[in-house]
Every structure is written in C-alpha cells, then in structure tokens.
Design a protein around this ligand. Structure first.
Ligand code: AMP
Length: 386
C-alpha cells in the first residue's frame, strides 16, 4: 500500500518534543508511550496507580484520579493533545479537558458510544451494520420479555463497564444448573449482572471472530482524512479473555473488504482521529456481525509491532499528533499470544524461541486473568497469501 503525502492541519500538528497526554497507565499506555518516545515526542500520563505499567516509560506521571480537577488541569497545561488508553475514562474528565482548552482525540463521542453497549449497537445499526438481535433490559420483567424475542441461548451483558467477559452471563446454555427452575435461572442471571441496566443478546453461533484495527488521521484542508487499515486477525478467547490473534484470518477477501468498509464507515461517522479496534463475528455463511468496538489501540493488534513496519501504537501516536500515518502493510504471517496470569512464568522459554518478539508489561503481581505480557511469533509469508 502506498500512502500519499498528507497535507495536515498545521494548527493540529505537533512538533518533536511536544507532549502527548494519556489518560490511563496500563500496558496500552505503556506501549503508546514507547512508540511516542521513539518518534521524539514526550508523554505525560494521568493514572491513579503509582506503579502502573506506563509509569516507568512515560516522561511524566500525574498520580491522580481520573476526575481529579487539579490533575486534569496539570495534564491540560502540559500536553498539546490528550488521548486515552481505556474506554471507561469518565466522560466528565474528557469534558473538563476540553473546557480547559486541550484537544482530546479520539474525543468524547466515540467514548460515549463505546461505553454503552446499547448505544453501540444502535450506532452500528444506524450505519447499516448487522449486530446480534438485542433487547434493552432495565428490570427482571424486561429480561423475561427479551428472552421471548431473542430466544435461548442468550447473553445478558451490563450496558456499561464490562470488559474481558466481565459483567456478562449466559442464559439457557447446557452449562446452566439443570436443578434450577427457569424462573430461578433468569433471576440468577439478573443477579449476576448486578440488576443493572443491561442488554440481552441472542447467542450467535459464529464460525470465528475477527477484528479490524485501523487508524484515521486528522483531516486535511479538503476535509478528507487518511486511513490506514491492518489485515484482520482471527481472535481466539479463553474464559472470555483474548488468548490468541492469528494473521491471516481464514476468511475470504470479500468478507475482509466488508469488515474494513464497516470500520471506515464507523470512523467517518465519528469524525474519528486515532486507532480503533472493531470486533466482528464471522458466521457460517461468510457474513459478518459487529460485536463491539474499542476507541483505542486494541489487544488483537499487538502483533503489528512485530509483523508491520509501523505498529498500531505508532499509528495512533502519529494520528493524534496530526502526523502522516504509516504503512500498515504486514510483512509476515504472525500469531500473537497473551501471557495471562501464570503464563508469564514461561518468559525465559519464550526468549529462547526463534522468531518470537517478547513483550512483558512489568507488572509486579501475578493474578489469575491478569494480562502480564504477550509474545508474537513471526511466520514468513508464502506465495499466494493475502
Ligand atoms: P464481549 O465482551 O461482548 O466482546 O464478549 C466477550 C466474548 O463473548 C466475545 O468475544 C465472544 O466470544 C462471546 N460473545 C459475546 N457476545 C456474544 C453473542 N451474542 N453470541 C455469541 N458469543 C458472544
């Protein structure tokens, strides 16, 4: 892919040594800070955890809660632009930063949509995208009514603050306790999501899951913005947590084009600047449904640091800095595996494996389900691979 030189909005363009603010200091913030540093930019993170993974690589760390006015003011003062590395950043914090005069990319709108699964599904549908059938649930009665529409099995998910399979429960699967009455099973599911506003989704018997990782830059004077899209990986989960991303995904080029077109439509509708991760279900008939999107760099794009000249992290930094995007072309086939919990103890073995890039997040404490690092194996492309 050839990227034409881009005429950028000069007012939005950062210069080397300018500071990018990052809300959040997890591993995504850490990798963003590393990419920014390599480009001669500085980073200033705001994160309440003194020992967060990004702290050691960022130029400056403001240790403060996300809604702390003094912390946000210090960030706005020091940074030319602010971005975020997790989607549960309080909307009020973004509003405060904007009021303080600093630009936030990708901004408040993608956050407000991605933070609420109902808004997210309605947004996708408004663009003509397919989603699983869904029903908004506010009460136990709604849940009963919804099940009549979605049928079973179904998945009940909290509208807000769910991630890595948390805040969701399945109804009517063969793993349900068969001693329970149907009423008890529904009440149990409602209690499992904390009796909070939720969304009930029909269970989709998908063949596999893929995702599109894409970057959109600042629009030029003619109003069009550059877009760089990576090849979609196939994603496999364990216990609701991403375990492995493999590229290329075993799907046809027409389906890949559809997934990319949907991603493009979403970014354009949101006037998006930065990297987005859009997750899709691939059905047996080679059609797609959108599962969800994350307005940030994405775990299923970590392989790009090993298999592409320009990673998702660098392209996010380039985009929010108002810089030209880099080529997202993949030079190798690849497989990324997360090191979750105790997996990280094998770090030394991974270092000895050929063609493997090891990335450890420097977290002090191993906990079950905690992402501790990831490894990316490079497998050379053969003739005919797309
Ligand atoms: P989510 O947090 O919504 O991405 O859900 C986590 C994982 O649960 C997904 O990656 C899927 O593997 C599975 N899942 C979520 N929603 C559905 C659905 N409607 N049908 C089947 N599987 C689902």
């Amino acid at each position: 892919m050839t990227l034409a030189p881009q005429a950028m909005d000069a007012a939005r363009m950062l210069k080397p040594n300018d500071r990018i603010g990052i809300l959040g200091g997890g591993q995504l913030g850490r990798m963003l800070a590393m990419a920014a540093t390599r480009l001669g930019l500085r980073t200033i993170i705001l994160c309440p955890d003194e020992n967060c993974p990004a702290a050691i690589v960022a130029d400056t760390h403001i240790v403060a809660d996300y809604e702390d006015e003094a912390g946000l003011a210090a960030l706005a003062e020091a940074a030319r632009v602010v971005t975020y590395e997790f989607e549960n950043v309080p909307a009020a914090s973004v509003a405060s930063l904007t009021r303080l005069g600093v630009h936030v990319a990708p901004g408040a709108k993608p956050l407000s949509i991605a933070q609420d699964r109902l808004n997210e599904k309605e947004f996708v549908r408004s663009l003509g995208g397919r989603t699983p059938d869904f029903y908004a649930v506010e009460t136990l009665e709604d849940l009963r009514a919804g099940l009549a529409i979605t049928g079973t099995p179904a998945i009940l998910k909290t509208r807000r603050l769910g991630y890595d399979g948390k805040g969701q429960t399945r109804i009517g699967t063969d793993t349900d306790n068969l001693d329970q009455t149907w009423d008890a099973a529904i009440a149990h599911a409602w209690a499992e999501v904390g009796a909070r506003p939720s969304i009930l989704e029909a269970f989709v018997p998908f063949r596999c899951e893929i995702s599109v990782i894409a970057a959109r830059g600042v629009p030029g004077p003619d109003g069009t913005a550059p877009i760089a899209m990576y090849d979609p990986p196939k994603n496999d989960h364990r216990s609701g947590i991403l375990w492995r991303s493999s590229v290329p995904a075993p799907v046809g080029t027409a389906l890949i084009d559809d997934a990319k077109a949907m991603t493009r439509a979403m970014m354009e509708a949101l006037d998006y600047v930065g990297v987005v991760g859009v997750e899709f279900f691939v059905l047996e008939d080679e059609t797609l449904m959108v599962n969800e999107f994350a307005p940030r760099v994405h775990n299923s794009g970590h392989w790009t640091e090993a298999a592409c000249a320009i990673s998702q992290f660098e392209n996010h930094i380039r985009a929010v800095a108002g810089w030209p995007l880099g080529d997202p072309a993949r030079h190798s086939n690849t497989q990324m595996e997360n090191l979750i919990g105790e997996d990280v103890r094998a770090w030394h073995d991974w270092l000895c494996a050929p063609d493997v890039l090891v990335n450890l997040y420097g977290k002090q404490e191993i906990r079950p389900g905690r992402k501790m690092g990831h490894v990316t194996r490079i497998m050379w492309k053969s003739e005919g691979d797309h």
